[in-house]
Ligand binder design. Structure first.
Ligand code: PLP
Length: 234
């Protein structure tokens, strides 16, 4: 099947459940992304800052660019002018830098807190108590140029569907708790970014509102160029 066919199929499938499709275009060329764009896709996810910046300059301005990978504070300035959602916020320090760069660009940048849900050493994210500590901090309460609109999580890379279900379910329960404690009056806190090609169906059953699908749309990634081990080499 062509990229356009794949795209349309996934888009209609997940949107029927009220879930947003993020087409993960890391390692794909601008031409390939344009194919998906022409098939109607407007939200693309990248995990490397430089790659996202390069593509953003070449592609239509109405694309929503989501940074889905680990983000280093010193790189925030490159994406602050245009990024529409940062999925991987995993420290107060990073959030402070996003706030600072957003202010410089006279914007409010939407963010998700990445919560550690997997049974793996390599995945990034905040533990539950760390996320609560961040939300309670006076530093966070003073930030005017970031808006936390939900949570993101990456499940363990396993075929054990029961385990994946439990991990996504725990994230949903944590989300509901945070919503009640910290975001009761904020309608914008409503997103749960979970699910990739292998586990998006489980994610949707467990409350995902945005799925990040790459290889099932674009085909297996052949080029591996993860210069930095801190990025998710999935
Ligand atoms: C690469 C990546 C995806 C997409 O993975 P696929 O298996 O290709 O669908 C989703 N989320 C993150 C954070 C990624 O790095």
């Amino acid at each position: 099947m062509s990229i356009a066919d794949n795209l349309k199929q996934y888009k209609s499938e997940v949107e029927a459940d009220g879930v947003k499709l993020i087409a993960v275009s890391k390692t794909q060329t601008a031409d390939t992304i344009l194919e998906a764009y022409q098939a109607g896709q407007r939200i693309f996810g990248e995990n490397i800052v430089q790659e996202m910046v390069d593509k953003q300059t070449q592609l239509p301005a109405d694309i929503e660019w989501h940074l889905i990978g680990h983000l280093q504070s010193n790189k925030v300035k490159y994406i602050a002018p245009f990024v529409s959602l940062i999925h991987g916020v995993d420290s107060l320090k990073l959030l402070q830098e996003i706030n600072k760069q957003a202010l410089k660009n006279k914007r409010v940048i939407d963010c998700l807190l990445q919560i550690y849900i997997a049974d793996e050493e390599t995945k990034f994210g905040l533990a539950h108590d760390e996320a609560i500590e961040l939300l309670r901090s006076s530093e966070y309460s003073e930030m005017k140029n970031v808006r936390i609109i939900g949570l993101m999580g990456i499940a363990t890379n396993t075929k054990n569907e029961k385990q994946i279900t439990i991990e996504f379910n725990e994230l949903k329960i944590f989300f509901d708790g945070l919503k009640a404690s910290f975001f009761k009056d904020e309608d914008s806190f409503k997103e749960i970014s979970t699910g990739m090609s292998a586990d998006y169906k489980i994610a949707i059953e467990e409350g995902s509102t945005m799925v990040r699908i790459g290889s099932s749309i674009f085909g297996k990634r052949t080029i591996k160029h993860f210069k930095n081990t801190s990025e998710n080499p999935s």
